[in-house]
Design a protein around this ligand. Structure first.
Ligand SMILES: Nc1ncnc2c1ncn2[C@@H]1O[C@H](COP(=O)(O)OP(=O)(O)OP(=O)(O)O)[C@@H](O)[C@H]1O
Length: 592
């Protein structure tokens, strides 16, 4: 817990200057308050005596005695106004700078989270629920924000007050003061047990909140399916169970948290009663000293209680910090080696050599060797789950082979930065993915400096230009969240246009035509027939008829390439490919 808080403080360190400004404002506020108290005595005397002799009498500062009635009459309200203004500035500055400090700290934290999220591999992201990730950005970061806002200042201010008041108490009566100081650590024992309980509850609460957010996000995305299967009741049951656990955890935490000031209250009363009893029994102290001592004791418990109160924010931040760091500490499976260079232009081939790769215990590639010569189209076919998509994950450096090598023109890819290797590929996936924004913005994502002519040319190649022009605002039409305003076929053609526009030397089409209707598929196939020849490409396809023209077809099964060659050669061989071909042709004839 302390380690987590220390790491969180690391995010606050660059903003210490703002914190110092906040403390200066707090000091100004303190001075203003002190000045009010200080002026109260002379003011009362002035008013009670009718102001005949100005302030008169013995004043804490001698020159006040010589202030005349006239001067006091206009001077006193002016001084009160000035003190009020100083306090006002102090208040304003304190809140402004503490707010600024908290916002700057969490802005850095959010940025670090965003950078980490955008640099995780698809498999790492696949292990997390999106809603849960979102809740780290919202509720967990908010918990850190509250702690930065209230805890840091209070710890410094209240600790200082405790030290000063304890010093006063000790100077008035070393024995009673010493006893009082002993009571404080005594309070720490039950308080720390209660604090641990509260922390456990808070942590569980945050986890349950993550589950709720995860379910909500998943549910909203899949509401059509839930309603189609009348699954609302089951969803409600799941939601209620998380909500119940969330509530119970937070109630347990609130119970334990409330116990801390309770314990402090009892101990404060015990310390007061003890001091009174001792003083009464021994007559060891003068009445004014006893009064001052008791005042110090009463006053010291207020900052102690305040510390307990703001500690709950620190606890919440600690629990949130654990969840944030569990994400921030994840490392991409393919991190750049020190001194990694940028990959040069490809000249001969990409090669995976004797590659083994597993997702946890599950082996997906089992000693696979694949060569991708520059300028050739290689198709990957084979049964579902054979390892085709995993192979593309390795090529794009989303994953590192467990053993075996990935070579670019004979040089191990580990010698190059992952980003520079990834830049060699333009990927079109099974699910056509667009972002909210215009058609133009979505296409330019592949090459931000592409001219309008280049964008339109790429769209023409992907047979997308026609339908884009027919949209209400042409290339400036906004496509909606995830491209919701377009049909699946239109989305896919935009994704293909984006890949064409990128000018990356290797095209990876992972089931790129899978979501197209027969008409659109024919159009895109025609477009690809135009793009692919002479280009280096990996084409994953379930429909064998779409890859008959490939330079080489590889049948991937159980993590290995079991057969490879051109379409005619493979048919003539009468092996796995030929069996798959007969199966599909038979099925298509049956369907017709
Ligand atoms: N993120 C993952 N976590 C765990 N296992 C995975 C993950 N992705 C794939 N697998 C497993 O790895 C194996 C290979 O999957 P892969 O997606 O590479 O096959 P594929 O040939 O592309 O299948 P398909 O043709 O259905 O897309 C499968 O057994 C699959 O269940």
């Amino acid at each position: 817990m302390f380690q987590v808080l220390r790491r969180l403080l690391g995010y606050a360190r660059p903003h210490v200057g703002v914190l110092v400004a906040a403390f200066l404002c707090m000091a100004l506020l303190g001075l203003g308050t002190g000045a009010y108290a200080y002026l109260m005595g002379p003011a009362l005397r002035f008013l009670l005596s009718g102001g005949e002799n100005g302030f008169g009498g013995a004043q804490p500062v001698p020159w006040l005695s010589s202030v005349s009635r006239e001067t006091a009459l206009w001077g006193f309200p002016v001084v009160m106004l000035i003190v009020g203004a100083i306090k006002g500035v102090g208040y304003l500055g304190q809140f402004y700078f503490m707010g600024l400090f908290a916002q700057k700290t969490v802005a850095d934290l959010r940025r670090a989270l965003f950078i980490r999220l955008t640099s995780l591999s698809p498999a790492q992201l696949g292990r997390e629920r999106t809603g849960d990730l979102l809740s780290r950005f919202t509720s967990d970061v908010q918990a850190v924000e509250a702690a930065a806002m209230y805890t840091v200042g209070s710890y410094l201010r209240d600790s200082l007050q405790i030290v000063v008041l304890a010093g006063v108490a000790l100077s008035l009566s070393p024995l009673l003061g010493g006893l009082m100081l002993c009571v404080l650590p005594l309070a720490a024992l039950p308080a720390s047990r209660l604090t641990r309980k509260a922390l456990k509850g808070t942590r569980e609460g945050q986890v349950q909140l993550g589950h709720i957010a995860g379910q909500l996000q998943e549910g909203l995305g899949g509401m059509r399916t839930i309603q189609a299967f009348n699954g609302q009741a089951a969803e409600l049951e799941r939601f209620s169970s998380h909500a119940r656990e969330h509530e119970e955890a937070l109630v347990r935490a609130a119970w334990a948290r409330g116990g801390v000031p309770g314990v402090m209250e009892v101990l404060a009363a015990a310390a007061l009663a003890g001091a009174l009893a001792y003083a009464a029994a021994t007559h060891a102290m003068e009445p004014e000293s006893l009064l001052s001592f008791l005042t110090a004791v009463v006053l010291v418990y207020q900052p102690v209680k305040d510390l307990g109160r703001v500690t709950q924010f620190a606890m919440q931040a600690g629990a949130a910090g654990e969840r944030l760091f569990s994400l921030l500490d994840q490392r991409h499976p393919v991190e750049d080696a020190p001194g990694a260079a940028s990959a040069p232009a490809l000249e001969r081939e990409l090669r995976l050599e004797d590659v083994v790769f597993s997702y946890g215990e599950r082996r997906a590639l089992d000693g696979l060797t694949l060569s991708l010569p520059v300028g050739q189209v290689v198709a990957l076919v084979g049964p579902s789950g054979g390892g085709k998509s995993t192979l593309t994950q390795l090529l794009l450096r989303f994953e590192r082979p467990g053993s075996g090598r990935f070579l670019l023109d004979g040089v191990d890819a580990d010698r190059y930065t992952a980003a520079s290797v990834r830049a060699k590929f333009a990927l079109v996936t099974q699910e056509p993915l667009l972002f909210s924004g215009s058609v133009l913005e979505n296409l330019r994502m592949a090459r931000p400096d592409a001219s309008r002519e280049d964008v339109e040319a790429a769209a023409r190649v992907a047979h997308a230009d026609g339908f884009i022009r027919a949209l209400p605002e042409g290339y400036d039409t906004r496509v909606g969240e995830r491209g919701a305003k377009l049909s699946g076929g239109q989305r896919q053609r935009l994704c293909i246009a984006r890949a064409v526009l990128s000018r990356a030397p290797v095209l990876v089409l992972d089931e790129a035509t899978s979501s197209l209707d027969p008409e659109s598929e024919r159009e895109v196939q025609a477009a690809l027939a135009q793009v692919l020849p002479g280009r280096t490409a990996v084409v994953i396809a379930h429909r064998l008829s779409t890859v008959v023209d490939a330079d080489r077809i590889c049948v991937v099964e159980a993590g290995k390439i079991v057969e490879q060659g051109r379409h005619e050669e493979l048919l003539a061989r009468g092996g796995r490919y030929s069996a798959l071909w007969s199966l599909q042709s038979g099925a298509e004839r049956g369907a017709a």
